[in-house]
Ligand binder design. Sequence first.
Ligand SMILES: CC(=O)N[C@H]1[C@@H](OP(=O)(O)OP(=O)(O)OC[C@H]2O[C@@H](n3ccc(=O)[nH]c3=O)[C@H](O)[C@@H]2O)O[C@H](CO)[C@@H](O)[C@@H]1O
Ligand SMILES: C=C(OP(=O)(O)O)C(=O)O
Length: 432
Amino acid sequence: MDQIIVKGGQKLKGKVRVEGAKNAVLPVLAGALLASSGKSIIKEVPNLADVYTIQAVLKSLNASVEYFPEKNEMVIDSSETLSSEAQFEYVRKMRASILVMGPLLARNGFARVALPGGCAIGSRPIDQHLKGFEAMGAQITFGNGFVEANVNGRLRGAKIYLDFPSVGATENIMSAAALADGVTIIENAAKEPEVVDLANYINEMGGRVVGAGTDTMRIEGVEELHGAVHHIIPDRVEAGTFMVAAAITEGDVIIENAVPEHMAALISKMGEMGVEIKEEEEGLRIRSTRPLRSIDIKTMPHPGFPTDMQSQMMALMLTATGNGILTETVFENRFMHVEEFRRMNASVKIEGRSVIMEGPSQLQGAEVAATDLRAAAALILAGLAAEGITRVNQLQHLDRGYVNFHSKLAALGADIERVSLVETEVKEEQTV
Ligand SMILES: CC(=O)N[C@H]1[C@@H](OP(=O)(O)OP(=O)(O)OC[C@H]2O[C@@H](n3ccc(=O)[nH]c3=O)[C@H](O)[C@@H]2O)O[C@H](CO)[C@@H](O)[C@@H]1O
Ligand SMILES: C=C(OP(=O)(O)O)C(=O)O
């Protein structure tokens, strides 16, 4: 087990480059299963735990997959007959494994995927994914912890209205529709940049998807798709996390490879707080000095404020002057980090779906535990601004979504290290 140890108080300065987006690479790699000929070469694949999990899922389905982390490239050949079953061991580790369901159903006419269940941020049902497959002619059944979808012949194009613009449902339905017979219309589709990235990849494979990034998508099914070369978009959540790191330490940081158009809500809300954000030739430059103004934020589907930046932004809002309210509308239970912030002397209370902060909190170093991926990053960010030493545990969450987070922060001047606790644990066990 590892721990990150941060000593607060260093102002960050310098340049940092963001990786390819985790939330784009996972649907794209699942989508690679749609190709019945040729190889896909996916570039800008970040070296993340979730990438290894999706690689294992694809291999278990009989695709051939080679990953070259040193050049961030993955090569997938899914031209052999694919198996139709995604096992619990993968889905348990990573919910995004469910994204193989659409491609498998379209390729094989049958898919059996372990039910993902909930996680630390909410119950996370998949009813909208299944509603889409059903509208395209699939029969859905449940049993022994699995969900099965079965279609006689090919899927048929359909008009599908999503009750909520679910990112995963939009991606899964789009993938299935790419090989369906006829035209599928998705109404109230998710508009996230990662949805657009998947649509672009499907089109590079020979698909016909239009309207990605708008409420209404139109997918004309084709007989076959082939492998393609695709570059994953930069990770807007990693970029946003470094923006907060710069602001919370009163730093001056340039973020290379960030796409400001993907981060309009975050840029605007940080600007309201008094953080200076400028597009420069080298990247997005973030400069900040205290005091910062408190603001109110509500998470929303894109282009609203992203839920994946909620906990990091909470860390920054804790350090601002005045009262701020942060309301989470996307996930029902994404406030597990609040208790951990309290250990760090944060003045914060939960009221329903909102968190109310009385700022500025004089954050103090403490030993804390990450409850999910973004909470892990948020606790480290709080540690950068806290007085004294913060120790962050449960780093398996962090490793799902950030490449070398502590080294990148250290390169910007943070006093931070990652240590292995194995030796200490062994000693403790021996004395019991
Ligand atoms: C791998 C990946 O890309 N993960 C992202 C994706 O997750 P994911 O695709 O799981 O998120 P969704 O947009 O589907 O979920 C949003 C909300 O819709 C609900 N819902 C979703 C599907 C469904 O069939 N029924 C239903 O009720 C969920 O429980 C949740 O409350 O988008 C989220 C919202 O931007 C991000 O936080 C995640 O980082
Ligand atoms: C919630 C997230 O991811 P996932 O949907 O993979 O759990 C995230 O990236 O913050």
